[in-house]
Design a protein around this ligand. Sequence first.
Ligand SMILES: Cc1cc2nc3c(=O)[nH]c(=O)nc-3n(C[C@H](O)[C@H](O)[C@H](O)COP(=O)(O)O)c2cc1C
Length: 324
Amino acid sequence: MAGYSDVPTRVLNHRFGAGMSVTEMVSASALVKSDPKTLERLQLHPEEKEVGIQIFGSEPILLAEAVYRISQTISPTCVDLNMGCPVKKISRGGHGAALMRDPEKVYEILSAMVKVSNLPITVKIRSGPGDGQVNYLEVGVAAQEAGVSAITIHPRTRSQGFEGKANWGEIARLKNHLKIPVIGNGDVQSVEDGIAMMEETGCDGIMIGRGAVGNPWLFEQFANYFRGASFDQEPGFSERWEIARVHFELESNCSRNPERAFLRVRKSLVEYFCDFPDFERIVSMIRSAKTNEELKALLAKMECDSKGAIDWEKGFQVMPVTEL
Ligand SMILES: Cc1cc2nc3c(=O)[nH]c(=O)nc-3n(C[C@H](O)[C@H](O)[C@H](O)COP(=O)(O)O)c2cc1C
């Protein structure tokens, strides 16, 4: 997920039992030009065992070149093509979900990627490119014929964005239509949702996006479910502080620009506290941190207070960061 599935998030998710992660999408064109920020996003961590690199673009030769470079320099589990992004900035260039408008081109692109790669190629699609067009079955067949190893579907159209409910019936229909593994995605926020998706659709795997932001415990709960253990354990406040602190530490250790770690991590950190009674105030305090030291001191103080006697009814009693 752009803006979220960076190295620290992926490492934490793996530690909590995620079977596989996917990087934030990167531009194939920027990758081929060796853009430094793009190369930084391709950085993998030794703890990551199964990780896909997701790329976007619309030119078969450029995408194939990007795949070739990835396969020669990095060893991800697979390279995934983004054909699901609805954002204007991406679709304006004919990338992301806009690619679904032309299944023949989808076949051409994916065949080119498969041909140059010694790694599995996968693809992520939506229900269709929008404007009333729903063609996931046709696009799925094109992808399968091109030789992709698995397909993920987020069953909303491009014009739907993230509105309404994901149409899991489409996951089931795609699964019945194809021979390759189909991964279901959309609106899985809990183990119960995941079980329901698997039962209703027969999908081969589940991809989780928003439900895991600030909530790596979801993967632990799934892992517990799959080994027959109880899976309803929710993290307490102090566990959340602790993992937020670890997340920040990972960001500081992994970033090529460690002095700006606080800037990158603030958005992810606030997600750990969304169930807290004093969420708004916590968010504004985290956002007000202007250096790594300020953020570190703030988290340490919050963690310390969370272990003490806090009157949650009155809200979280912590001094403004400037007074720490
Ligand atoms: C902020 C944000 C960034 C996203 N970035 C990506 C991305 O880079 N690549 C991708 O395939 N999907 C991306 N998605 C879509 C999600 O992967 C997922 O398909 C969608 O959120 C539905 O699944 P969920 O209900 O589990 O979140 C993004 C979604 C959000 C909200």
